[in-house]
Design a protein around this ligand. Structure first.
Ligand code: AMP
Ligand code: MG
Length: 314
């Protein structure tokens, strides 16, 4: 069985191919706004313009032709509606059975599969999403999450306010390495949930008078400590023995260190997938498509599809 996965929820148009449980292609093209944040209509236009080329690259990498594809897995949500529509139109144009895939579940499953984790506590930290998750029965339950903006978006917004273009995360990480002084910033944890907007506003204001290196360092220490605090509470409560960090922000070495040190204190194993599978990618979508095996006739986008609404059939 060969499944072709299409990722299209936000900035990245990606195509992955999985054949008999082995990933044989993972190609993508990322939209990068010249200034400001993602403009959904522009991102959708980007997806339309690169889709055919990304498909050809993926087929060439896998050394197969479109005739060899049995089914399409499509990320139908959550995401930006114009981007989801662009992906769906492209998927439909390929005239194969389509399996709708939840983008968040795909970030989780690619991590579990590549690390061979069985039942981890999951820290899903990406551009638009921040969730602490663990499986309960045949669903993933959310123990804590961001209630205003996602952690990556918060980092990107702060980065833009100090003149660093999208994606700001890697640039803030480099700048933070040079920081020496911790500058006090708002730390907002509400029960198990996280609020980032106040932190972004305060940091952007203070950056007008403080050194940017110190601001980047203080911003990272604060935002990652918030995430680590709620993860630790979820770990103590669930008593899981594995902690999986996934999503684009998981590339950050400082976040990896904070979470792995915390996990060690609780005798839990910590893991993060290789960088290729952390940002949005088509391989993770193809993986979930190959697991779920339920092509549907009436495919539609699902922009607000939540992680805890998906029944795990595998
Ligand atoms: P995703 O939505 O999962 O593709 O993740 C994209 C987000 O990851 C963007 O907000 C990036 O700024 C962020 N990101 C990528 N690399 C890093 C990094 N090294 N540190 C922090 N954030 C990062
Ligand atoms: Mg993502």
């Amino acid at each position: 069985m060969t499944t072709l996965g299409i990722e299209c929820t936000a900035h990245t148009f990606g195509i992955g191919i999985i054949k008999d449980n082995k990933i044989i292609a993972n190609e993508f093209d990322m939209y990068k706004p010249e200034k400001g944040g993602i403009v959904p209509a522009d991102a959708a236009q980007h997806h339309r313009s690169v889709a055919q080329q990304v498909l050809e690259n993926a087929l060439q990498k896998a050394n197969i032709s479109i005739k060899d594809i049995d089914q399409i897995a499509l990320s139908t949500g959550p995401g930006l509606p114009p981007c989801l529509v662009a992906g769906m139109e492209f998927a439909k144009s390929l005239s194969k059975p389509i399996i709708p895939v939840n983008h968040c579940i795909a970030h989780i499953e690619i991590g579990k599969q590549t690390l061979k984790f069985k039942d981890p506590l999951i820290v899903y930290s990406s551009g638009a999403n921040t969730q602490i998750i663990a499986q309960q029965g045949n669903r993933y339950a959310i123990f804590g999450e961001c209630i205003d903006i996602g952690i990556g978006n918060a980092i990107d917004k702060f980065a833009r306010s100090i003149g660093l273009p999208m994606p700001g995360g890697p640039k803030i990480e480099q700048l933070a390495l040079l920081g020496k002084k911790y500058i006090d910033l708002p730390y907002t944890v509400k029960g198990m949930d996280l609020v980032f907007s106040g932190l972004v506003t305060a940091a952007s204001k203070k950056a007008k008078t403080e050194k940017l290196e110190d601001m980047a360092y203080s911003f990272q220490e604060t935002i990652f400590a918030m995430l680590t605090e709620v993860t630790e509470r979820a770990l103590a409560h669930t008593k899981k023995t594995e902690v999986l960090l996934t999503g684009g922000v998981a590339k950050n070495r400082r976040l990896q260190t904070m979470l792995s040190e915390m996990a060690k204190l609780h005798n839990a194993q910590f893991g993060v997938p290789q960088d290729e599978y952390l940002g949005d990618n088509g391989a993770m979508i193809s993986l979930v498509g190959s697991l779920s095996k339920n092509p549907q006739k009436d495919i539609d986008i699902n922009p607000n599809w939540r992680t805890d609404q998906v029944e795990l059939t595998w």
